[in-house]
Ligand binder design. Structure first.
Ligand SMILES: CC(=O)N[C@H]1[C@@H](OP(=O)(O)OP(=O)(O)OC[C@H]2O[C@@H](n3ccc(=O)[nH]c3=O)[C@H](O)[C@@H]2O)O[C@H](CO)[C@@H](O)[C@@H]1O
Ligand SMILES: C=C(OP(=O)(O)O)C(=O)O
Length: 421
């Protein structure tokens, strides 16, 4: 298993280009199941999670070609050879549940493994399932699998989500494109990845309105066709690299930076004393003066502060003057990075969903372990500011969502290398 070694203390100066969004691409790929014509996705990120979704789609009979060195994916689902999403693939990645809606809509039947919990929380899929039932599917849970049927096809309905769920909104949007009649999704997620999926589905012939608001309306059509769609920029990668010069010093231009995607993050950074200035290619980020200021923030659905940037922002706040308060409202167990940051000298206490971060801790390099994707990114950022060497193990978590992280940071002056075991 690879590890990453970082010797902290070097300021970062340069430019970092942002790739296509993992979480958008993971929802766009299963959309290919809705049509027998090819769907081509450009600006695709080259990540482990994308390879996992590719393997899952291939196991269902899709043909997937990687073009332009993997930056574009052409996915053809001319014939669905299997309706079974096997546990062996689904357990690797929760987004696998996103094949359920499209398979059911196109084939009238699907058997999909339940994804199970993960480090950040239990993450049930009840909202996905009750939504599909509202569209007329019959579901049965057997041996860890969801057995879903809709022999006469799905039927449009009004579905009110109990809580805002990105994945359930995506699954239902896709399922509803081929349902008979109109579906209204109420209390829908408003994340940019939802908007991106709606645009792609529309390019495929779907009739969708209201994406980006809390009510999405989908008028079912008889069939969808192929399309080419460009994946939006990864706002979580963007936010992660915005913190790098803020914590390590220096100034980094985020190429492809887009304020509309990271508004809450920019607000939080500015409150902490970080300056964000527009450039022709995006924006540049640097710390204002020497000291960062403590602040409080709570994670929330878009346009609120993203839970996927909470760990990274917490690393930054270990270096702020005073006590910061971080509330995690989306996942019940997303503070796995705290004990690892403590090993590096951070002073953080957690009570329930709230972490109190006392700055300005003197961070020192230590061996630490990545527990999940964004926790790994938080540890990398903390290591950039720590004295001495930090070695992060289990970086396969990081590889799920960050492409060439060592190369991108090293190009800005970070002393970082991947240790191959
Ligand atoms: C691949 C992908 O896009 N992943 C993102 C997606 O995950 P994902 O789509 O899994 O997250 P959701 O928005 O569904 O989860 C929000 C909350 O709802 C709960 N819930 C969700 C579904 C359900 O059926 N029942 C239920 O109780 C979850 O446990 C969680 O507490 O959105 C999350 C919240 O922005 C991000 O952190 C993930 O990076
Ligand atoms: C939690 C994440 O991904 P997933 O939903 O695939 O676990 C993430 O991208 O931060």
């Amino acid at each position: 298993m690879d590890r990453i070694a970082i010797t902290g203390g070097a300021p970062l100066n340069g430019a970092i280009a942002i790739g296509g969004a993992k979480n958008a691409c993971l929802a766009l790929m299963p959309a290919a199941l809705l049509t027998d014509e090819p769907l081509t996705l450009t600006n695709a990120p080259r990540l482990a999670d994308i390879a996992t979704m590719r393997a899952l789609l291939e196991s269902l009979g899709c043909e997937v070609a990687a073009l332009n060195e993997g930056r574009a994916l052409a996915i053809g689902a001319e014939r669905i050879a299997s309706r079974l999403a096997h546990y062996d693939i689904v357990r690797k990645m929760r987004a696998s549940i996103l094949v359920l809606g499209p398979l059911l809509a196109r084939e009238g039947a699907a058997v999909v493994s339940l994804p199970g919990g993960c480090a950040i929380g239990a993450r049930p899929v009840d909202i996905h399932l009750s939504g599909l039932e509202a569209l007329g599917a019959t579901l049965e849970l057997r041996d860890g699998y969801v057995h879903a049927e809709a022999p006469g096809g799905l039927k449009g309905a009004r579905v009110t989500f109990r809580i805002v769920s990105v994945g359930a909104t995506e699954n239902l949007m896709m399922a509803a494109t081929l349902a008979k009649g109109t579906t209204e999704l109420v209390n829908a997620a408003k994340e940019p990845e939802i908007v991106d999926l709606a645009r792609c589905l529309r390019a495929m012939g779907a009739r969708i309105q209201g994406e980006g608001t809390d009510t999405i309306t989908i008028e079912g059509v008889d069939r969808l066709h192929g399309a080419t769609h460009r994946v939006i920029a990864d706002r979580i990668e963007m936010g992660t690299y915005m913190i790098a010069p803020a914590i390590a010093g220096g100034a980094v231009e985020i190429v492809g930076g887009d304020r509309a995607l990271v508004g809450a993050m920019i607000e939080a950074l500015e409150e902490a004393g970080v300056r964000v200035e527009d450039t022709e290619r995006g924006f540049s980020v640097r710390r204002e003066g020497d000291a960062l200021k403590a602040m409080r923030f709570a994670t929330a659905p878009f346009p609120g502060f993203p839970t996927d940037l909470q760990a990274q922002m917490m690393s930054l706040l270990t270096q702020a003057e005073g006590e910061s308060v971080v509330s995690e409202t989306i996942f019940e167990n997303r503070f796995m990075h705290v004990p690892e940051l403590a090993r590096m000298g951070a002073d953080i206490t957690v009570h329930g969903g709230e972490a109190r971060v006392r700055g300005r801790a003197r961070l020192r390099g230590a061996p630490v372990m990545a527990s999940d994707l964004r926790a790994s990114a938080g540890l990398i950022l903390a290591a950039l500011a720590a004295e001495g060497e930090t070695v992060i193990s289990r970086v396969y978590h990081l590889d799920r969502g960050y492409e060439r992280v060592e190369a991108k940071l090293a190009a800005c002056g970070a002393r970082i290398e991947r240790l191959k075991d």
